[in-house]
Design a protein around this ligand. Structure first.
Ligand code: ADP
Length: 255
């Protein structure tokens, strides 16, 4: 039984068609990447799945339940950077989140341990590195021991060290048996962290399935420096297909 099953989800904002008939299943226990360039509909999709937004059409079941019956505590979310208090410690910040979720000290200690923050739990949040701040945010999402963790671009804005820490934490949480659904605009990240992927382009589902099957297909390839001769030719012929370019490096070419 899939953890999440989407059937023909569509969403429009005024004149912008953000999602068109998107359907895919997320198997239990996988790390599922929702991959696509900025503006492809990833955040909208995660918003619908977490009941922050309502789809115009289509339906979905999460943990085999329709929206009306869904148990909120079974789903942990990190959709935007939480408003942590800079002058409070990591522990105190989690205490506030735990109070809202009606969780006790044992749960706070559990998630601090998972996030590798036990030794620094009493340090002020403002002294944390970028990676530690994001690990605290993931720890907060894990309060209540949800079965499913939903993360929107969890490594965005981090330094290389923070990116490595957060990716390691995601893999560790997955190994503990939770299903993780995460948005990313980086093919490289999906290849390194995810077992399954759905690729969105302009609100349409391009492909979905196990990363090993989907990414090996020719209709989605990486990548390299713009100085690469073959890549330069592709870009010249099909500029519309180059979906993500960062710091002169082409990260995605979608055919
Ligand atoms: P992604 O997360 O892949 O960057 P989004 O889901 O944020 O994509 O956006 C999909 C499309 O919907 C984009 O064209 C974006 O500009 C548009 N969009 C997103 N949110 C809104 C909104 N609140 N109002 C109008 N357009 C929006």
């Amino acid at each position: 039984m899939p953890v999440l099953s989407l059937q023909n989800i569509s969403k429009r904002y005024g004149a912008v068609q953000a999602l068109t008939n998107v359907s895919f299943d997320v198997p239990a226990g996988c790390v599922f990447g929702v991959l696509g360039p900025n503006g492809s509909g990833k955040t909208t999709l995660l918003g619908i799945v977490t009941d922050v937004l309502k789809a115009d059409q289509g339906d979905f079941t999460l943990l085999d339940q329709p929206a009306s019956a869904r148990q909120r505590q079974q789903i942990g979310t990190l959709l935007e950077t939480p408003n942590f208090y800079h002058y409070l410690s990591g522990y105190q910040n989690l205490k506030i989140a735990a109070t809202i979720k009606q969780r006790g000290a044992d749960d706070i200690e559990r998630v601090l341990k998972i996030a590798g923050l036990t030794a620094r739990q009493h340090s002020k949040f403002k002294t944390y590195s970028l990676g530690m701040k994001q690990r605290l945010a993931i720890a907060s999402a894990l309060l209540g021991d949800p079965q499913v963790l939903i993360l929107d671009e969890p490594t965005n804005g981090l330094d290389p060290e923070g990116i490595a820490e957060v990716r390691a934490l995601i893999r560790q949480v997955a190994q503990s048996g939770k299903t993780i659904i995460m948005a990313s605009h980086l093919l490289d990240e999906v290849e390194k962290v995810c077992t399954h992927v759905a690729i969105l382009r302009k609100g349409n589902l391009l492909l979905s399935g196990p990363v090993s099957e989907v990414i090996s297909r020719n209709d989605f390839v990486e990548i390299g420096s713009r100085n690469n001769q073959a890549l330069r030719e592709v870009i010249t012929r099909h500029p519309e297909y180059v979906s993500v370019v960062e710091a002169g490096v082409v990260l995605q070419v979608v055919f």
